[in-house]
Write a protein of this length. Structure first.
Length: 216
């Protein structure tokens, strides 16, 4: 498995990882909240109790890369993680579409890449590694305008992951494969095609655990 004994694993991102996690930092079975982060943490600690993994959740609903960059030192570096797991970008794109009269609310793709690059470059020298997860939109129609834009932002994550040698999880492909396999509409696991229900969160959990070499 990717993680080793006594590793400190920190998850950072937006509402997909928040789900009522404790403030200022979500730790322990009660503090992780109810997102896929909590599911991952529970599985890791229940399967590998001898590892004494310390798992921290600092995901915050509504955040964009701008917000993560602003709180990076406080919420990431000061916690001295061994591993940083990050999924961010949904709100960078979403605000472009749900706030068309306020273009400054969205984060353009050039700024998005610049923000990610800085967070990665500032972090890698101080950690064992990072895990990146692409943003997603649960829309199977690849010609949908928001889906097309989200795919471009996901491509940025994959490009930076390859550039820096970082494990990168394609969550958009994960959803596409899941819905096609089950012949399901996205509403089967999500009311707004963004925030997964308990079943959808298990899909994220299984995909993350498989990527890091969890032994089922």
């Amino acid at each position: 498995m990717l993680f080793e004994k006594n590793d400190r694993i920190l998850f950072i991102g937006d509402s997909i990882g928040d789900y009522d996690r404790w403030r200022p930092k979500g730790e322990s079975a009660d503090g992780w909240g109810t997102s896929y982060v909590a599911d991952v943490a529970q599985m890791l600690q229940s399967t590998y109790p001898e590892y004494r993994l310390r798992i921290m959740n600092v995901c915050t609903s509504g955040d964009q890369t701008r917000d993560l960059l602003a709180r990076w030192d406080e919420d990431v570096m000061k916690n001295q993680p061994d591993w940083v797991c990050m999924m961010i970008g949904i709100n960078d794109v979403w605000r472009i579409y749900d706030c068309p009269d306020r273009p400054e609310m969205g984060v353009g793709i050039e700024e998005y890449e610049k923000n990610l690059e800085k967070m990665i470059a500032d972090t890698l020298p101080h950690v064992k590694g990072m895990v990146l997860m692409t943003p997603y939109f649960m829309e199977l129609n690849k010609e949908d305008s928001m889906r097309k834009t989200m795919d471009l932002y996901g491509a940025v994550v994959k490009k930076l992951g390859e550039k820096h040698g970082i494990l990168t999880i394609d969550t958009q492909k994960m959803w596409d494969d899941f819905f096609i396999k089950g012949d399901l509409h996205p509403h089967a696991v999500c009311w707004d095609m963004i925030h997964p229900n308990t079943v959808g969160r298990k899909v994220l959990m299984r995909t993350f655990l498989k990527a890091v070499g969890y032994e089922w």
